[in-house]
Write a protein that binds this ligand. Structure first.
Ligand code: F58
Length: 835
């Protein structure tokens, strides 16, 4: 019972809005009056921002309607991407560019006397994520739309996204991210799309005549999940996919009990309590959050998404047995892993599918992406908590586990340790549910996000699972979208490439390889340097604005931009800043540079916050020392987010990717920076290894212990202080910290950080320092040869095509989802009547 073209009521045929600048101008002016409710004479820049967004959203949603109809007509298999996080950034420019109407809209605004850049800056970033995992989800959605895959994103519409970072007295202070306070023109609220989500309560077992018991989940409390849709446009394609984010609303009868008792205030207070579920994103980047509210958030969005998926499939007339041919569900890490149990509950309890059939369907539908090996980031929930919050799911997990362990027992009789290691329930730590095990057992494919990461997964975290199901584990190396991270962020470099090899590469990044010969062309190199320089001027303006620090566009820009974490080793870079400072003070020549750090620390992660303070205190001394001048500036750029990344990255010369080997699953900042012509200085960690293979080892500065060496070294238990003489200056550098040379807020913190390095150093900063400093010297000496540096930088650009998110998504589509792109329609014509 699927829709065919003939089914579409002729009265419902769309007459597309035109996209020439005159029509856009009219739409913008109309939206200003009709949607924003302002007289153009009185409109503020934000009013114009909203007006233009409304004018564009009309055009996006039209294409969404067409896309949805086409998918329904063609009976396509759909991909559902379940992610707790989407780090989207600003939407206006991305939508305009992907819709192919960026220039026309700029023109329309100019005709209205409005400057595009001025209003675009006012848009709040949609920062519904912490870091790489959330940004990857946003890149994947954009790529699915661009390539014509029928992809649906599901997540949470957090009222407050990632906190805003301020620096006060050198230290990070968090402010709430009230990103919706001016309204959000990009979302379509769907008050009719609501699903009930239950928590707590109890389970009743019913005995059936066929021997299978059936269960009902009763009582407890219910919250409604209401849909908000964010259409996601493909690049210069007509495809528009949908990101559906859920907000919690109190159920309509929430208040009956108290209202009947006349307790109005209590009733309303309860209402807001249930709405806290979607209130705020947990700002944690590498540790699992063991809070009840977090578990409720996870189940809340999973349950609503799966109910929605079931509804869609049933409405389209698909049989539940056929789900694996109609739906692929990707779990972005374990945060949505409870979906495995919820899917079983919906099949077995709600739709009365027999257990074993249901289990077969479930496994064929789900796949799971792992993003970390770090034990503290692996989610486990106390059995007691799960039993209380999700009693039915706990029973389902018990049965899944029982049957799984039976299978293992059968294959490996007598190996009790193996059973304990594989069990979904960890019996050793006060009984906890291991969500990663649930995800592996419930999926047909499990992937790591870079080659090294996947092979470590197979050797360590999932070694036992790999032994029993080797075919289940595959690698899908991450990628980044060139639309945002090149075309939008770096129009100068985009134009340069276009002038040399045309524009096919924008649709197929593989063709960027054709740019390779231009790396040895002097004119191209000179143009590249001019572009870098102007990108640096743009960044220098922003740095001055945000920090007051004046940086010269003449010098090397050396950047480390990512979440602040011990394993990412911002401290290693900071020690090098101190080395450079001391060398300048000692009268040595050093290559002039700006070192720029940016990144947020989890609010409860004291050491990460201490590192931020240390950076700021060192920066304060260095930047104000007249003996140093422009030879060294150290900047901590506050409130790093997608929109600032898009300005920092194109201006960077040197990209710091210096995590302790074996800890960074992949990294994606490394890809964005190399694509923009920054050279990487990095360890053999995550995707750095594949980047080296792609760009050539002569065009990257690799240093330090490998993952295997780190492992071996850890076993040897060397005292970190043994490395103080491995580099002529290391002792003096650590001494400067120890004695509080840079201290401003108090020496204690500096001394404490010195003892941390000397006594603990869990991420081997001191052990890798000599190698790091030497690699920096190599980088500096190449930078001194402008032609050679530019050649290497251009080779990086030309050879980064593998790291396009489009390649990543194709691999997911072919090796996991088994979906094909919908014959992507011809690129959007520029004909005003056929937008
Ligand atoms: C990141 N993980 C990895 N987690 O650290 C990075 O190497 C990788 O490139 C990226 O995923 C994409 O695969 C990450 O960002 C989180 O932010 C989680 C948020 C929720 C709590 C646990 C960490």
């Amino acid at each position: 019972m699927t829709a065919s073209p003939d089914d579409i009521n002729p009265r419902h045929q769309l007459s597309p809005l035109a996209c020439d600048s005159a029509s856009l101008r009219q739409s913008i002016r109309d939206a200003l009056v009709r949607e924003v409710g302002k007289d153009p004479d009185l409109a503020t820049p934000r009013d114009w921002l909203h007006a233009v967004s409304f004018a564009i959203r009309e055009r996006i949603i039209e294409r969404r309607v067409v896309t949805r109809r086409q998918f329904a007509e063609e009976d396509v298999k759909r991909v559902y991407y379940l992610s707790m996080e989407y780090l989207i950034g600003r939407m206006l420019e991305a939508n305009l560019r992907n819709m192919g109407i960026f220039e026309a809209t700029q023109q329309a605004l100019q005709d209205l006397g409005v400057d595009f850049r001025t209003i675009a800056r006012l848009e709040e970033d949609a920062a519904l994520g912490n870091g790489g995992l959330g940004r990857l989800a946003a890149c994947i959605l954009e790529s699915m739309a661009t390539q014509g895959y029928p992809g649906y994103g599901y997540g949470i519409r957090y009222e407050f996204g990632m906190f805003q970072q301020h620096i006060e007295h050198f230290r990070q202070v968090e402010h709430p991210d009230n990103w919706l306070r001016f309204g959000n023109p990009w979302e379509f609220p769907r008050p009719e799309k609501v699903f009930p989500v239950r928590f707590y309560g109890y389970v009743i077992e019913h005995h059936e005549s066929n021997g299978e018991n059936c269960y009902t989940w009763e009582d407890g409390e219910q919250v409604l999940a209401m849909a908000y849709d964010y259409p996601t446009a493909g690049y210069e394609r007509r495809n528009v996919n949908n990101l559906r984010l859920w907000a919690a609303k109190a159920t309509r009868n929430f208040d009956l009990r108290y209202f009947n008792e006349g307790d109005y205030i209590r009733a309303v207070a309860d209402k807001s309590e249930s709405e806290t579920i979607s209130m705020v994103l947990y700002p944690n980047d590498a540790t699992a959050i063991g809070r009840e509210l977090r578990l409720k958030q996870e189940y809340f969005f999973v349950s609503a998404s799966l109910q929605d998926i079931f509804d869609r499939n049933l409405q389209l007339g698909y049989a539940l047995e056929d789900l694996p041919n109609k739906a692929a569900i990707q779990l972005n890490d374990t945060h949505p892993a409870i979906a495995v149990a919820e899917f079983m509950r919906l099949l077995v309890d709600e739709h009365h599918v027999p257990w074993h059939k249901a289990w077969d369907i479930t496994r064929r539908v789900f796949a799971y992406t792992n993003h970390t090996l770090m034990p503290e980031a692996l989610e486990t929930w106390p059995v007691a908590l799960m039993e209380r919050v999700l009693p039915r799911h706990m029973l389902i997990i018990y049965r899944i586990n029982h049957e799984f362990l039976e299978e293992v027992r059968h294959r490996f009789p007598g190996d009790h340790d193996l059973l304990g290691r594989l069990s979904i329930i960890d019996e050793g730590h006060g009984r906890r549910v291991r969500m990663a095990h649930l995800a592996v057992v419930g999926s047909h494919k499990v992937n790591g996000v870079a080659a090294l990461h996947t092979s470590l997964l197979k050797q360590t975290l999932f070694a036992d699972f790999y032994r029993i199901w080797p075919e289940r584990f595959i690698n899908v190396t991450n990628g980044v979208t060139p639309r945002l991270w090149m075309i939008q962020a770096n129009p100068g470099l985009t134009a340069l490439i276009e002038s040399r090899i045309g524009s096919d590469w924008k649709f197929d990044l593989d063709r960027l390889k054709q740019f390779t010969p231009y790396a040895s062309d002097e004119a191209t190199r000179a143009d590249f340097r001019a572009i870098k320089r102007s990108n640096k001027e743009r960044l220098a303006g922003l740095v001055k604005n945000r920090t007051g620090v004046v940086i010269s566009p003449e010098v090397m820009y050396d950047v480390q931009i990512k979440r602040i974490h011990e394993y990412k080793r911002q401290l290693l870079k900071l020690l090098h800043v101190i080395e450079l400072y001391q060398r300048i003070r000692d009268g040595e020549e050093v290559l002039p540079r700006v070192v720029l750090f940016a990144g947020k620390a989890a609010p409860g992660y004291q050491r990460a916050k201490d590192i931020i303070q240390l950076i700021n205190e060192v920066a304060d001394i260095v930047n104000n020392d007249p003996a140093v001048g422009d030879r060294l500036k150290c900047v901590f750029f506050p409130n790093y987010e997608v929109s600032s990344a898009a300005i920092i990255i194109p201006a960077a010369d040197l990209s710091q990717q210096i995590s302790t080997a074996g800890f960074e699953a992949s990294g994606t900042g490394n890809m964005k920076l190399a694509l923009n012509g920054a050279l990487t200085i990095g360890t053999l960690d995550g995707a750095n290894i594949e980047i080296r293979d792609a760009v050539g080892s002569e065009n990257i500065f690799i240093f330090g212990m490998t993952a295997a060496e780190v492992n071996e070294y850890r076993g040897q238990r060397h005292p970190p202080s043994a490395h103080l003489d491995s580099h002529p200056r290391l002792r003096g550098i650590v001494d400067a910290l120890r004695t509080g040379f840079f201290a401003n807020g108090g020496r204690a913190l500096h001394a404490q950080m010195a003892s941390y390095l000397l006594e603990e150093d869990p991420f081997f900063v001191l052990a890798d320092y000599a190698a790091y400093s030497e690699a920096c010297t190599r980088a500096d000496s190449l930078y001194g040869h402008a032609e050679a540096w530019s050649e290497a930088a251009l080779l990086n650009v030309a050879r980064m095509s593998y790291f396009s998110i489009d390649r990543t998504v194709r691999e997911y589509a072919e090796n996991i989802w088994e979906v094909t792109p919908e014959a992507v329609q011809a690129p959007c014509p520029k004909d005003p009547n056929e937008c």
